[in-house]
Design a protein around this ligand. Structure first.
Ligand code: WTA
Length: 649
C-alpha cells in the first residue's frame, strides 16, 4: 500500500464535547487527571503498573519485579501468583456483589436467564472439578466451540481456574477451521453444544465437531451442552453431556494460584501469510489491561448493565464480555442470536427490556441498523443507555453521528476503541466525560500505550501525515508469542522496525494528537469487523479441484467495510461458468466459515505478477475497485494481463 492510500482519510472537524452531567460523574474526574496519569504511565511504567496491579488484582503471592523486557519478549509481574477465575468471581463473594447479577442471558428464541456472582462461582467450581476429574489441568488446551450462552463463559472461567489454556473457536467457523485450530494447539478436550440458534435456524455445532474430530486425534473428550434439542450423535467413550458430568461434582473448588505469566488462552487470528496465528495471552498482565480499561473506558458504575454484542469467539468477547467486566464485578448481558431476528429492532427491544446502560458494538452492525431504517429504533425508548462503544474497524463519521443521534440521543458519549487480538486490551480510546470526541477518531492512547505513526524507515512522521501505526513500549496485556511459532511472532510483529511492535494498521495523528486509524495495510482484510487473511482465502480456493491459482483483495464496501473480491485462474479443462462461481463461493465458506464467503469472483486468464513471481495485489485492488491501474507497473512481468483484466470490466 502506498502512502497516498494511507493518508486518504476524510478530514472530519466536528468536535463533540462531553456533557457537564457526564463529566461530573466520570470515574477519572477530569482531563487533567488523564494527562497526569498518562504521563506517569509512560515515563515511569514500572511504578505505574506495579501500583495498578496491587490495587486492581487479587494476588496469592505478591510479585517481586514489575517488568522484564528482553525485546520482543516481555514478562510482567514476575514472582507473583494469582488465579484469574478467583479475580473474576471469588473476590466478589462475601461483598454486596454476591447476589448481584453477573450475567443476564437472552437466547434467540427469547428465553432469559439471570445468574448471580454466587451462582456463577458455583457453576465454575463444579466445572473445574469435572475438568480435573477428566485429567485436564495446568497447561492443557481446551477448545470451546459454543453459541453465546452462559455455559461458554463458565467454560472459559473454569479453564482459567484449573490453569488450562482455552482456545475459543467462533461457532461460525467450519469443521475444517476448527480441526486446524485443535491440531495446532493439540487440544485434549472440546466443549460444545448440540447447536445454537441463529435467525431461527439451528447451527449444528456438535455435528461440526464430529466432522472436525475425524482429523484431530488429540481430543479425548467432548462435553456437550443441551441447547437446541436437535438430534446429535454421541460417541461412546468420547462424548459426555454437560448435565451428566455435572451430577455428583462437588460444589466448592479451592483455586490454586498460578504464575503471573501462566498462559491463559490462545486465540487464533488471521495473519498476512499462511495459517491463522495462535496469539498467546498470559494471566496477570492481560487481566490487568482488561480490568483497568473496562473500568475507565466504559466508566463502569456499580449499577451498569453492560451489553457487548461480540461473540466470545473473538477477542472482544474475551476481554470485554468476560475478563474485563467480571473482574470489575459488573453485570454483563449476553445475547445468543442475530440482531435482526425476528425483526431488525431486537437490540433496542432488549435494551429496553433489561434496562441496559452500555452498548459496545461494531461499525458494521451500526451501518446495518442505519440501513434497516430509523423506524425500528424510534419504537423504543432507549433511555437506560448512558454510554456507547465501537470496535473492530474504523467507524465512518456519518455512522458515528447516526449512532450518537439515534441511539445515544446525543446524551451518550461514544468510545471508539482501537485495539487488536494481539494487544489484549483497548489501546487507543477516549475516556468518556473527559475526552472531547471527534467522529471517526479513536482519539488518544490509553495508559501505558506509546503509539506512534512512522514512515517506512521507522521515523515519526509529521502530524496529519499518514504512516504505519506502531507501539514502541511493552504493555501488560500484550501477546507473549504465537503458539508454537516464536519465529513467526518475531517476524510478524517486530521485524519491520527493531524492538517496535508493528500493528499492521495505517493511521495518522492530527494536530491535537488524536489518532485516525485507516485500517490494515498488510494482506489482511477487515470484512464486517472480522479479520480475514487473503492467504487463507487463496489456499481455500486453490484446494478446489478446478482452481489453479487465486488472489484475494479487498474493495471498500458501504456496509461491510471491505468486500472480498477474488480473482481465480482455472485449471485446464474447467470452464468459467456462473454455477462454478457459486460453487467456489460455497467452497470457501465450507473451508473457512461463511464470514469468508467471497462477495465477487472474477475468472482471469492470468494474474499480474512481478518478475519474481509475486502476485501484485495492489494492481488487483485497483482493478477490483473499478479504477484505472495508475500505480507503478514497471515491476510487472506482463502488462497484457492487466489490460485483459481491465477489458473484462
Ligand atoms: C481494526 C478487534 C479502526 C484494526 C478488537 C485492527 C479498528 C484490527 C478499530 C484488529 C477501531 C479494531 N478503529 N480500526 N476502533 N478496532 N480495528 O484482532 O485494523 O479482530 O488492526 O481485534 O481491527 O482486529 P481484531
Amino acid at each position: 500500500m502506498t502512502d497516498q492510500t494511507i493518508t486518504s482519510v476524510s478530514r472530519e472537524h466536528r468536535l463533540i464535547r462531553p456533557s457537564a452531567e457526564f463529566k461530573a460523574q466520570a470515574n477519572l474526574g477530569s482531563d487533567a487527571t488523564y494527562k497526569r496519569l498518562y504521563a506517569e504511565s509512560v515515563n515511569s511504567p514500572e511504578e505505574f503498573w506495579g501500583r495498578q496491579a496491587k490495587e486492581h488484582l487479587v494476588w496469592r503471592k505478591p510479585f517481586k519485579k514489575v517488568l522484564r523486557w528482553s525485546p520482543p519478549h516481555a514478562e510482567w509481574f514476575l514472582g507473583g501468583k494469582l488465579n484469574v477465575s478467583e479475580n473474576c468471581l471469588d473476590r466478589h463473594l462475601g461483598t454486596a456483589r454476591e447476589n448481584k447479577a453477573a450475567l443476564i442471558f437472552e437466547g434467540e428464541p427469547g428465553d432469559v436467564r439471570t445468574i448471580t456472582y454466587k451462582q456463577l462461582h458455583f457453576h465454575v467450581c463444579r466445572l473445574a472439578h469435572i475438568f480435573e476429574n477428566m485429567g485436564i489441568g495446568a497447561g492443557d488446551r481446551v477448545a470451546i466451540y459454543m453459541p453465546m450462552i452462559p455455559e461458554a463463559v463458565m467454560a472459559m472461567l473454569a479453564c482459567a481456574r484449573v490453569g488450562a489454556i482455552h482456545t475459543v473457536v467462533f461457532g461460525g467457523f467450519s469443521p475444517e477451521a476448527l480441526k486446524d485450530r485443535i491440531n495446532d494447539c493439540q487440544a485434549k478436550l472440546v466443549i460444545t453444544a448440540d447447536g445454537g440458534w441463529r435467525r431461527g435456524k439451528i447451527v449444528e455445532l456438535k455435528a461440526n465437531v464430529d466432522r472436525a474430530l475425524e482429523g484431530a486425534p488429540s481430543v479425548q473428550t467432548v462435553m456437550v451442552v443441551r441447547r437446541c434439542g436437535n438430534e446429535i450423535t454421541m460417541v461412546d467413550g468420547r462424548d459426555v453431556w454437560w448435565k451428566e458430568a455435572w451430577l455428583g461434582a462437588p460444589n466448592t473448588h479451592e483455586a490454586k494460584g498460578f504464575d503471573a505469566e501462566h498462559p491463559l488462552f490462545i486465540l487464533y487470528t488471521s495473519g498476512s501469510t499462511g495459517k491463522p496465528k495462535g496469539v498467546l495471552h498470559t494471566s496477570a498482565g492481560y487481566l490487568l489491561g482488561c480490568k483497568l480499561s473496562s473500568q475507565y473506558v466504559f466508566d463502569l458504575k456499580e449499577n451498569d448493565r453492560y451489553f457487548c454484542s461480540a461473540d466470545i469467539g473473538w477477542v472482544t468477547g474475551h476481554s470485554y464480555v468476560v475478563y474485563g467486566l467480571l473482574s470489575n464485578g459488573a453485570t454483563i448481558f449476553i445475547y445468543e442470536g442475530a440482531p435482526n431476528h425476528p425483526e431488525p429492532d431486537r437490540f433496542w427491544q432488549m435494551i429496553d427490556r433489561h434496562g441496559l446502560t452500555i452498548l459496545y458494538t461494531a461499525p458494521t452492525a451500526i451501518r446495518a441498523f442505519m440501513r434497516w431504517g430509523d423506524n425500528y429504533v424510534l419504537r423504543h425508548r432507549l433511555d437506560s443507555l448512558r454510554l456507547l462503544g465501537s470496535v473492530g474497524e474504523p467507524i465512518n463519521p456519518e455512522a458515528w453521528m447516526w449512532y450518537h443521534r439515534m441511539i445515544g440521543k446525543k446524551r451518550c458519549p461514544i468510545v471508539d476503541t482501537w485495539w487488536q487480538t494481539e494487544t489484549g486490551a483497548i489501546m487507543i480510546a477516549p475516556l468518556p466525560g473527559l475526552t472531547p470526541l471527534k467522529p471517526g477518531s479513536a482519539t488518544r492512547p490509553f495508559f501505558g500505550v506509546v503509539a506512534k505513526v512512522v514512515d517506512e524507515r521507522g521515523r515519526e512522521v509529521p502530524r496529519n501525515t499518514g504512516g504505519k501505526l506502531v507501539i514502541t513500549k511493552p504493555w501488560p496485556s500484550m501477546l507473549r508469542t504465537l503458539w508454537g511459532d516464536d519465529e513467526r511472532y518475531k517476524k510478524a510483529y517486530w521485524s519491520e522496525i527493531k524492538d517496535v511492535y508493528f500493528t499492521g494498521d495505517g493511521a495518522r495523528q492530527d494536530e491535537d494528537g488524536y489518532f485516525w486509524i485507516v485500517g490494515r495495510i498488510d494482506d489482511v482484510l477487515n470484512v464486517s469487523g472480522h479479520r480475514i487473511g487473503t492467504a487463507e482465502v487463496e489456499s481455500a480456493l486453490v484446494s478446489h479441484p478446478a482452481v489453479a491459482e487465486a488472489a484475494a483483495v479487498g474493495r471498500p464496501d458501504e456496509f461491510k467495510g471491505q468486500a472480498l473480491v477474488v480473482f481465480v485462474c482455472l485449471k485446464a479443462g474447467h470452464t468459467a461458468t456462473d454455477p462454478l462461481k457459486e460453487e467456489l463461493r460455497s467452497h470457501v465458506a465450507k473451508e473457512i466459515g461463511s464470514l469468508a464467503r467471497p462477495d465477487v469472483i472474477r475468472f482471469a486468464a492470468a494474474l499480474p505478477k512481478t518478475r519474481s513471481g509475486k502476485i501484485m495485489r495492489r494492481i488487483l485492488k485497483e482493478i477490483a475497485t473499478g479504477g484505472i491501474v495508475k500505480g507503478d507497473t514497471t515491476t510487472l512481468e506482463d502488462f497484457s494481463v492487466v489490460a485483459s483484466l481491465q477489458a473484462e470490466e
